[in-house]
Design a protein around this ligand. Structure first.
Ligand code: KIV
Length: 281
């Protein structure tokens, strides 16, 4: 498979070919996603919640992310790989943003980094792009600001905030963002942003009009039996399948059915006989 680059994504956008974008945090999932032909993989800061069990993304750090991003790149050399900049890895200063963004590019082999925020991030994005770090902008519901937003709620549902989102998308594109991720916004808002955008838009809970669709892998394969956001479609119940397999393993071990002869290493009869002679009883 040829390597997916920003040009591949732009070509698909121009041809009206919809794109697929999923999170991955480790080697096996990235291997499967590349095999399935997913265009873009995000090593998201959602890792904090779906892999490490925190109740928000805030405790995630660049050091925590780095080995995961490297493993994903190793498994999926051909996909367009996005590294998610954790909370406080870019907000304190442009210098922090460039140094940490540079780590995702140089140490982990990302094709771009993603950061959350609207027009207030324009200068940071401009400086990062000038420093050769491609940036995907993330607007709408930005989980790193959940405390300020009053929780994980859909955004842009009144005229003021909808208008601001449309303006923010343009400002960030003009600041040099190579693509825009829209989270939890009405389809109408995403449609206007997408129509006005000259860079690819990716939506998670943003309706059908974006150039591509994003989901968190653990949510879409049904890894957990807890409630998922309204915008998630569960394409499988993998968690339940895993528990079924584990329960069967336990039943068979307790019943002495596993391991069966086909799972054991054979030994020549004469060696077995000699061993029994040496260690009787
Ligand atoms: O961290 C994450 O998983 C995200 C989602 C919007 C895909 O940013």
């Amino acid at each position: 498979m040829p390597k997916t680059t920003i040009h591949t994504l732009r070509e698909k956008m121009k041809k009206g070919e919809r794109m697929t974008y999923l999170t991955a945090y480790d080697y096996p999932f990235a291997l499967l996603e590349q095999k399935a032909g997913i265009d873009v993989i995000l090593v998201g800061d959602s890792i904090g919640m779906v892999v490490y069990g925190y109740d928000s993304t805030l405790p995630v750090t660049v050091d925590l992310m780095m080995p995961h991003v490297k493993a994903v790149r190793m498994a999926a050399p051909d996909v367009y790989l996005v590294g998610d900049m954790p909370y406080m890895s870019y907000q304190p200063s442009v210098r922090d943003a460039i140094i940490n963004g540079g780590r995702f590019m140089a140490e982990a082999g990302c094709d771009c980094v993603k950061l959350e925020g609207g027009r207030e991030m324009a200068a940071t994005i401009r400086a990062m792009v000038d420093a050769t770090i491609p940036v995907m902008a993330h607007i709408g519901l930005t989980p790193q600001s959940a405390a300020q937003l009053g929780g994980y709620k859909a955004q842009g549902r009144d005229i003021e905030t909808a208008k601001k989102l449309v303006e923010d998308a343009k400002i960030l594109e003009e600041a040099g963002a190579c693509s825009i991720l829209l989270e939890a916004v009405p389809s109408e808002v995403a449609e206007i942003i997408t129509r006005r955008s000259s860079v690819p838009t990716f939506g998670i809970g943003a309706g059908p009009h974006c150039h591509g669709q994003v989901l968190v892998i653990h949510d879409m394969i049904g890894m957990f039996d807890r409630k998922v956001a309204k915008f998630v479609k569960k394409y499988a119940e993998v968690g339940a399948k895993i528990v079924e397999a584990l329960e069967e393993f336990k039943r068979e071990v307790l019943a002495g059915k596993f391991p069966a002869p086909e799972h054991c290493y054979p030994m020549p009869d004469d060696v077995a006989a000699e061993l029994n002679r040496l260690f009787p009883d």
